[in-house]
Write a new protein. Structure first.
Length: 424
């Protein structure tokens, strides 16, 4: 746990916000060491607000995590369009994106904004149109939550494509394609609901924020939709080299939400599409580099180090399958989606009964995740990104079809715990 602050706003920033008094729109940008891209993001936000909402009062809020580069200075140097305000603040609280988003929500609440959007600071493909596409459903169509739909390279978004989209769709019944996309819009009443939740000293304060805002919007009955934003180009990361903390925080939060909202997801029988606004584009995004050999290597090293623990978590059938994978070559390496979905579900069921060390449990899943990403790369080797997208939808349906398996192992693990057969 982290030190709990009643507010992320430092006194001088609160005073600055109070001087603004009121706003209609907040554009929030969580930032940490993004000096190369943050200027472009702020300019596009300003242009979009001026082009489409010049009659409304707008504030651009950059919530910084204590950048050691010149991110804040770059933002200060950007000249906004007329009648727009800028707030640049270092938040208080746990270091992470969630704390930055909390600051943005606090500003939106203080200024009684009608709508609030968040966009990531590393975007290179953002245009002024993104502002309109995200805000229109909230301001003109009475939606509370808008998630993005992007065109992404098939190797981008590996946590989304291999875990988060599948689980969100299967459990909560809404086909929100990018539950951790980061570029969202929120109504005033949804912002107020988020701020009342006692989660800001957990992984939600870090990278868990995106899956949390999406799931909470669904399970609390808010009106949700999607907006087509076109191609997403950002500072993509090789999953085996750079996504460790993000994986841990996102998946921990996803499992935590499963525990919190069990009655809700047990009642959901199938998924449905959500209304999507804007015209989809058809482009082949720029390639994202991944190291297939290193992904398989990370899986095999994980097997060598953690096999006894995996054996204790997984069913006999699944563990024996994983054992056989350890001898496969890189090009032949495949964890079938049916097996993978059951692995994720068994891990979630185990998380539910572990009282402590749940973060370590999530980290133990990471080598298996690397193996599944390697499998996806092999399966989609000769596909375009559009063809790979159809493959993702097929995977998601398997997770839906296997939801009864989740309920079965979930209940079995709870029963075993009551009888003292599962320990942490």
């Amino acid at each position: 746990m982290f030190k709990i602050y009643t507010s992320t706003l430092r006194p001088q920033i609160r005073k600055r916000v109070e001087e603004i008094e009121k706003a209609d729109i907040i554009v929030g940008i969580p930032c940490y060491n993004n000096e190369k891209t943050i200027g472009h993001v702020v300019r596009m936000a300003s242009e979009g607000l001026h082009k489409y909402y010049r009659d409304l009062r707008s504030v651009i809020v950059v919530a910084d995590g204590g950048s050691t580069d010149d991110s804040r200075e770059v933002v200060e140097d950007v000249e906004l369009k007329p009648w727009q305000e800028k707030v640049v603040a270092i938040y208080r609280g746990p270091s992470g994106k969630g704390s930055a988003v909390r600051l943005i929500f606090e500003v939106a609440s203080l200024l009684e904004a009608k709508a609030c959007i968040t966009v990531d600071a590393d975007l290179r493909s953002i245009t002024s149109e993104w502002v309109k596409e995200l805000l229109t459903p909230v301001l003109e169509r009475d939606f509370d939550f808008v998630a993005p739909v992007y065109i992404r390279h098939k190797h981008d978004g590996t946590i989304t494509n291999n875990i988060v989209y599948n689980v969100t769709r299967a459990l909560y019944g809404k086909r929100i394609r990018q539950p951790i996309g980061g570029d969202f819009a929120f109504s005033n009443k949804l912002v107020e609901a988020y701020l009342k939740k006692p989660v800001w000293d957990t992984e939600v304060a870090r990278f868990g924020i995106d899956i949390w805002v999406t799931t909470e919007a669904i399970v609390n009955g808010f009106k949700v939709c999607q907006a087509n934003l076109g191609v997403k180009v950002h500072d993509a990361k090789d999953p085996a080299l750079h996504l460790g903390p993000m994986f841990r925080e996102v998946v921990w939060t996803m499992f935590y939400l499963m525990r919190e909202h069990e009655p809700y997801w047990r009642s959901v029988e199938k998924s449905v599409p959500v209304e999507t606004f804007g015209s989809p584009e058809k482009h082949e995004p720029e390639p994202v580099k991944v190291d297939l050999e290193n992904l398989v290597y990370e899986f095999k090293m994980g097997f060598k180090q953690f096999a006894p623990v995996w054996q204790n978590i997984l069913s006999k059938e699944l563990f024996e399958y994983i054992e056989r994978l350890a001898d496969l070559s890189v090009r032949d390496f495949i964890i079938p989606i049916d097996i993978w979905s059951k692995i994720v579900y068994e891990w979630a069921a185990t998380y539910n009964v572990w009282a402590v060390n749940t973060r370590k449990l999530v980290m133990l899943l990471m080598p298996l995740y690397f193996g599944r990403v390697a499998s996806f790369i092999n399966e989609t080797m000769n596909m375009t990104s559009e063809e790979a997208e159809a493959h993702v939808e097929t995977q998601a349906q398997v997770f839906e079809d296997n939801k009864p398996y989740l309920i079965k192992v979930w209940d079995e693990r709870k029963d075993e715990t009551k009888r003292g057969k599962v320990c942490d």
